[in-house]
Design a protein around this ligand. Sequence first.
Ligand code: UN1
Length: 486
Amino acid sequence: MTADIRHLIAGQWSAGSGEPVRSVNPARPHVVVAEGPGAVAADVDEAVAAATEAAAAWAATPIHQRGALLLAASDVVAAHAREWGRELAAEEGKTLAEGIGEVQRAAQILRYYGNEGDRQAGELFASPRAGERILVTRKPIGVVGVITPFNFPIAIPAWKIAPALVYGNTVVWKPAGTVPLLAMRLAEALTTAGLPAGVLNLLVGGPDIGDAIVGHPGVDGLTFTGSTGIGRRIAATGAARGVPVQAEMGGKNAAVVLDDADIDLALEQVMLGAFRSTGQKCTATSRLIVTSGIADRFLESLCDRAQRLLVGDPTDDATQMGPVISAAAQQSISAGIATAATQGGSVLTGGQPYADSARAEGYFVAPTIVELDSVTADVWTEELFGPVLAVARAADAEDAFALAGDSEFGLSAAVFTQDLTRALQAVEQIDVGVLHVNSESAGADPHVPFGGAKKSGLGPKEQGGAAREFFTHTTTVYLRGGRAGA
Ligand code: UN1
């Protein structure tokens, strides 16, 4: 059954009047998941006006009360994990287990921020002057524009919107046009929980709606996850307008497997890192560096596993990898593989379209492993955002760590070794925002910072205590009483 696309402005759900938006099941693109007119620029004005109007009362609401609404929303999300997880798999294409897991993760994120009122709210310093204390207190930044990608249609919105709200901001949110249904579900959970009108506004639409939010004079801060190109454009607009920007962008994340690794564990984790969510994570493993002593053996087993991966309709329980999000993504990933082959890459497995009618219809790309003879190939440097793993061999651990660092991105990396000294060396030498030792390159807990080094991230990091850096500003209070006894 196709869902109608609705926008949430000033507490009211309504149909739009803009260009049609349609999300389809990427495994069976003739199946429409959600459909309806998108928002128009005037809706952005209305949404920003509603968020501005709601801002003062929301900021003045005690944080425990704001948190209680997030906790109630978390319960709503958790209660719908199976149902919305299935919708997520149908709309985005990740497997059912991952879809349900993601909805549960959104509930967990809402719960984490729901409890923020119980944590430290600021800092207290001594003063060099008698009778004075200096305290640093936090205030919301105001109306936050939230722009989210397709690949985590409910978890990424939750990890931006939950901290925005709990710290007292109001929100105007534009999700990716390919996943409106899951966006409506999250907004629905928050309104069901009793969020006041105007505190969260949801507009579904194309890039013009995103641009209108980013450039709107009423927006006080922008948080974005997506491609590096768009992130930099948003950051430039934000800088020109003098508003803070948090941009979480691309990755070209390496898994380093050293000779002494637990090979079965490394095989399992590299498979998950490269192919879970069909490789469509900014934290996915898209480069593999393997030292020469084990390279032949490791690559043979890895290719064998990749060939045996069950690729198909993500809503089938047995499926281990679904399609990519769109025909355009399928084409650009396939073109990236073809280019790799012309730049000295040997396609060890995958790289061919599926011929069977079930998969030929959908936006499937086979799990693909390309071994390179030179790390100048585009597939080594550019994010393809699909199930494609570029492989380079390293002479030894030093060489391997240097290759891992050979990227303008620095989001995440994984290192597989049983040698503590090597693991510690990796921590020192690989410049990334997230480093996994003996686990895959993706994955992030809500209570710790998340984000990239180098060109993967701009502005304060996300999640945990780091989120507060972006969603609040500080007021330093020099606090003195009057003259005692006066
Ligand atoms: C994860 O690794 O589980 O867009 C989360 C992305 C990241 C989130 C990754 N912002 O893929």
